[in-house]
Design a binder for this molecule. Structure first.
Ligand SMILES: [Zn+2]
Ligand SMILES: [Zn+2]
Length: 152
């Protein structure tokens, strides 16, 4: 079940697809809705299982991956590389364009807090420690931490 915030997110996502001249198919929408209604990262298999519950249809994990790739390329979904799972972008409806993505992952409950970092700031820090000839890639930075709720 989507709350109001998620409903406006869906409208925003529909616009993104329209602008990029991509089809916002029923399958794509269903997967976006699954990720929006979960506040924790999901694997492709977990998404496929939820899809079956929500839509009453089987979806192959390969199709899930393909759809997720499209959603990632549109900045609607982010991959959490360290745990090989996916989250819906948490600032879909605000106008902030992504700086460099930074994800804080709770080691205990796997909840992800999404933030961005100023690329110039990061570059000046990294350039001091990066070996000659190495280049950074655009994958998000991931920091393992313990969230407020799990911290005892
Ligand atoms: Zn985001
Ligand atoms: Zn936690």
């Amino acid at each position: 079940m989507l709350n109001n915030h998620s409903t406006s997110s869906i409208e925003h996502i529909r616009d993104v697809f329209r602008q990029k001249k991509q089809l916002f198919s029923r399958k794509r929408q269903a997967i976006v809705e699954i990720l929006l209604s979960h506040n924790k990262p999901m694997s492709a298999y977990e998404i496929a299982e939820q899809y079956l519950l929500d839509e009453g249809k089987v979806i192959a994990p390969m199709s899930v991956y393909r759809i997720i790739d499209t959603l990632i390329s549109l900045d609607i979904v982010h991959k959490v590389h360290s745990i090989n799972k996916f989250i819906a972008c948490t600032h879909l409806t605000c106008q902030n364009s992504h700086g460099l993505l930074m994800l804080f992952i709770c080691k205990t409950c796997k909840k992800v807090y999404e933030s961005t970092i100023n690329p110039t700031m990061l570059q000046s820090f990294i350039s001091n420690i990066l070996p000659n000839g190495y280049h950074t890639t655009k994958e998000p930075l991931e920091i393992q931490c313990i969230c407020e709720e799990c911290h005892v």
